[in-house]
Design a protein around this ligand. Structure first.
Ligand code: COA
Ligand code: NAP
Length: 265
């Protein structure tokens, strides 16, 4: 199935690497004009180059609400039209036992993932098209507790509640808000941090009902669908894209990831 986003504008926050860059590339391949942003200007430049003609980008930290709002105003100007699709996926993660995690370490992840999601949605709001679509990138930690991930679990659970709450609040304006929940996506920074090494990756792969880890393209396909007219009546949904991985729940999926992290090989 192919999607046509010709004439549409898409902004991917955190879209300069990994899953979010894969999503940005998916929209660009479907004909959309795409903008990306993240902290590192070098990553922004490389991502923009990979997105082809008409793409542009910004260096910004999602923790800075004012700077984020300015970036969205500039993006709307540069597009010359409102933003049809907002993907919000900037995030930080590192495994850490709660007893050793500093208050600032917990805060860093909550500020990027949770407060950052609010800053991005609020900053983009005046510049969004009606109808428009917002896709927040969540994580299985939002609904499956995982050892060494107290900061991420708390932050991503909050992200999904923002999704549901603003789907209600902004729905009457024609803005749909959904979350995508990537499972274990191979070749990404997130997996490198949580399942380092081939042995760890293989353990996780074995725990996925479909017996493969995902790719950024799997998330791009889901994002294209959620932003397309085929999903016109879908809002407030938290959609796992994980080969069935999260079905196993606490008993398996996250235990396996924690064991894979301990394996480190
Ligand atoms: N274990 C324990 N604490 C850690 C840590 C780790 N591996 N990494 C960072 N921290 C703590 C720091 O010690 C600091 O706390 P302190 O002031 O009490 O010492 C706090 O977190 C903030 O660290 P800092 O390096 O200043 O944060 P930052 O804002 O520069 O970076 C991070 C944010 C820590 C999330 C960083 O890992 C990052 O930029 N990640 C983005 C990429 C990523 O995580 N990708 C995967 C997405 S799923
Ligand atoms: P990634 O490549 O590190 O992507 C994170 C992106 O966010 C980068 O572009 C990063 O660029 C940007 N970013 C980080 N902190 C930022 C900040 N403060 N302000 C602005 N941008 C910031 O990691 P990934 O593994 O692909 O993860 C992408 C998303 O998928 C995240 O939301 C993550 O929680 C989610 N997820 C991933 C997996 C997985 O298997 N990898 C599983 C479940 C969920 P800069 O460094 O330039 O800022």
């Amino acid at each position: 199935m192919s999607f046509d986003f010709t004439g549409k504008t898409v902004f991917v926050m955190g879209g300069t690497s990994g899953i979010n860059l894969g999503i940005a590339q998916g929209f660009a391949a479907a004909g959309a004009r795409v903008a990306v942003a993240s902290r590192s200007q070098d990553k922004v430049d490389a991502a923009v180059a990979s997105l082809g003609q008409g793409a542009f980008g910004f260096s910004v930290d999602v923790r800075d609400a004012e700077a984020v709002a300015e970036v969205f105003a500039k993006a709307r100007d540069q597009f010359g039209q409102p933003i049809d699709v907002l993907v919000s996926g900037a995030a930080g993660n590192f495994p850490a036992p709660a007893k050793e995690l500093s208050s600032n370490g917990f805060k860093a992840v909550v500020d990027i993932d949770l407060q950052g999601t609010f800053n991005v949605m609020k900053g983009a709001y005046p510049h969004l098209a009606r109808p428009g679509s917002i896709i927040n990138i969540s994580a299985p930690q939002a609904f499956i507790p995982m050892a060494l991930q107290v900061h991420v679990c708390a932050a991503k659970a909050g992200v999904d509640m923002i999704t549901r709450t603003l789907a209600m609040e902004w729905g009457p304006e024609g803005i749909r808000v959904n979350s995508l929940v990537p499972g274990p996506i191979e070749g990404t920074e997130g997996m490198a941090r949580l399942a380092p090494g081939d042995k760890a990756l293989a353990m996780v792969r074995e725990s996925v009902p479909l017996k493969r880890n995902g790719s950024p393209a799997d998330l791009a396909n889901a994002a294209l669908f959620l932003a397309s007219p085929l999903a016109d009546y879908i809002s407030g949904v938290v959609l796992p894209v994980d080969g069935g991985w999260s079905l196993a729940g606490v008993s398996s999926a996250m235990d396996n990831l924690a064991r894979a992290f301990a394996t480190q090989g």
